[in-house]
Ligand binder design. Structure first.
Ligand code: NAI
Length: 261
């Protein structure tokens, strides 16, 4: 039987207190990986405890740190704490991010700077801090979370779409400059069924109808789950993906293949 085996590896996963990061952390743990997770929720919050419990249930070890990935001091703290606890870092899944949807005309400089700091710079800066540890691993892997907005966007999603598009370039640079010891891959999720997206459906007068309208835009007639992203992540982090680097994978249920007119 073919199985993805990450036993004995340690992964840093950012943004595990909600959504995709939690799904990714659970799947990596299911494959045998220890997880050092972080997020903005405080350390004894329900969200942090949910993460720790979920990893424990998979039988691997977990750490949770409340921090801000836009702070260099916090990033250093995360990497130091992880390496001290687990003595190694084999995988970085830099996932933490927020929708900054302002529009090209109305976006302020502050909003632009915040977006670039969180949705672009933090991925580069955290990757740099993990680099020596990943190089010491047998198969160091960096996975950067971008978005389907890196390929096609809609009005009003600026400057988020700009940062997410730039992550594809970051993936290429890290892959060509830091290989062969480190592979770097991007994941670009489409519509994933997260609490944030449900909140967005709830903002419509008929949330159920809006959800169904969105589902209908997908050839697979469903939204993605956070675990769907996790399975792709687990594969890309494994030795089975040893020939994959410098590219970004769209995981969107076929939505972008369908013309919207
Ligand atoms: P979410 O809002 O459910 O979770 C975001 C996570 O990131 C939380 O754990 C939060 O604490 C953490 N976070 C946010 N800002 C942070 C900061 N400054 N420092 C440390 N942690 C921080 O978000 P979701 O939907 O799970 O998104 C995760 C990633 O996936 C983001 O990069 C997002 O752009 C991307 N994405 C999500 C899609 C979706 O459909 N949900 C689609 C495409 C991309």
């Amino acid at each position: 039987m073919l199985t993805i085996n990450l036993k004995g590896k340690t992964a840093i996963v950012t943004g595990v207190s909600s959504g995709i990061g939690l799904g990714v952390a659970k799947v990596l743990a299911k494959a045998g990986c220890n997880i050092s997770g972080c997020g903005t929720s405080v350390e004894n919050s329900k969200a942090a405890l949910t993460f720790l419990k979920a990893i424990k249930e998979e039988g691997t070890e977990a750490l949770y740190t409340c921090l801000d990935v836009t702070s260099q001091q916090d990033r250093e703290h995360l990497v130091n704490k992880t390496s001290t606890t687990f003595s190694q870092i084999d995988i970085l899944v830099s996932n933490a991010g927020i929708n900054v949807f302002k529009g090209a005309k109305d976006c302020t400089e502050e909003q632009w700077e915040f977006n670039m700091s969180l949705n672009l710079k933090s991925h580069w800066a955290l990757s740099k801090l993990c680099k020596p540890y990943l190089e010491s691993s047998n198969n160091g892997v960096i996975i950067l979370m971008t978005s389907n907005h890196a390929y096609h966007s809609i009005p009003g999603c600026f400057p988020y779409n700009v940062a997410k598009t730039a992550i594809k370039g970051l993936v290429q640079s890290l892959a060509i400059e830091w290989g062969p010891k480190i592979r770097t891959v991007g994941i670009a999720p489409g519509f994933i069924d997260t609490p944030g997206n449900q909140k967005w459906f709830n903002s419509f007068p008929d949330a159920k109808a809006e959800r169904q309208r969105t589902i209908n835009m997908h050839p697979v007639k469903t939204l993605g789950t956070t675990e769907d992203v996790g399975y792709l992540c687990a594969f890309l982090a494994s030795d089975m993906a040893r020939f994959i680097s410098g590219t970004t994978y769209l995981i969107d249920g076929g939505r972008s293949a369908l013309m919207q007119d």
